[in-house]
Design a protein. Structure first.
Length: 299
């Protein structure tokens, strides 16, 4: 299997070596865009892309994502952050400044269905997902050979009702070693609040229905009984309330009365894999900002 070479990753890093992303959330008020643009101009930066959204022009929250190029961004990053604090304090901003060339480290959790896992690995291998896949963790041994063929560590940690707490302790010990994002690629276990404390808005799950419809077990059976004409999938951040976290991406596929449960599952798997991959890519590129239990996604 052809793995993306270090030379190809070097090309990506070179292309983005001076690309920065400034992410902002603050009370909406006049002058925010002007102040940010002027600041970047005064630092010698060139804005490549700028997206803004306000939840309410009068009393809402203003969100902004700016991509810019600045010579020797890595060397100037600390200085840039220090100088921007004055602007941030003036507008009461929550903000971060990210170097685009730095790949986030991602852990993938999976159980016994491989379609979402394979999609993520294929897209990572092609360079479409700008991340380091640090590990794959599974409660089953089935995909070890396939995952390790990509050069990715595979950890089999069985989970039973009696051993769930010990298994989670082992999982947390692994992901706490520098992992930035956890992706649940059809991982059929519920994570405890311990994970959410360490990874707020950094755990993405794929739900095999168009939430909030058909929650719980056997969604395709539920859909078949209702005679639905559309089936879908939802990628969302994980919260303590099951399948109720901020939605990142959704999609649907038209079906007919001729599609039985197995056909619905097959169609659904294709929707799941594409929806999850898009959501993960947007998170890795800092395109998703969370507002309460909703998201602002700048495509």
């Amino acid at each position: 299997m052809q793995i993306l070479s270090e030379r190809e990753w070097s090309r990506y890093r070179e292309k983005n070596k001076d690309r920065g992303r400034l992410l902002i959330a603050c009370p909406d008020q006049p002058g925010i865009v002007a102040a940010v643009s002027r600041f970047l101009y005064e630092q010698g930066a060139n804005i490549a892309q700028s997206d803004q959204y306000t939840t309410d022009p009068e009393n809402g929250i203003f969100y902004m994502r700016v991509e810019f190029d600045l010579l020797d961004l890595e060397g100037r990053h600390a200085e840039l952050c220090s100088r921007f604090r004055e602007v941030a304090e003036r507008f009461d901003m929550r903000w971060s400044l990210v170097e685009a060339k730095k790949r986030k480290r991602m852990a993938i959790f999976v159980s016994k269905e491989d379609h979402c896992l394979l999609e993520l690995l294929w897209q990572w291998n092609s360079g479409a997902l700008h991340a380091d896949v640090a590990m794959v963790i599974s409660n089953h041994p089935d995909f070890r050979e396939m995952v390790e063929s990509f050069g990715i560590p595979y950890y089999h940690i069985p989970v039973t009702k009696e051993t769930k707490a010990e298994a989670e302790t082992e999982q947390l010990a692994l992901v706490r070693q520098g992992v930035d994002l956890i992706v649940l690629a059809r991982y059929m276990q519920i994570l405890s609040p311990r994970f959410l404390e360490d990874f707020p808005n950094r755990i993405i799950n794929i739900h095999h229905s168009f939430l909030p419809a058909f929650v719980g077990a056997k969604p395709y059976e539920q859909a078949f009984k209702r005679g639905v004409k559309l089936i879908g999938a939802t990628a969302h951040y994980v919260t303590e309330e099951l399948d109720a976290g901020p939605i990142i991406e959704q999609d649907v596929q038209r079906v007919t009365h001729a599609d039985d449960v197995e056909a619905l599952k097959q169609i659904g798997r294709q929707v799941e894999r594409t929806v999850l991959a898009r959501a993960v890519a947007w998170h890795l590129e800092d395109r998703v900002l969370v507002h309460g239990n909703k998201t602002i996604v700048f495509p």
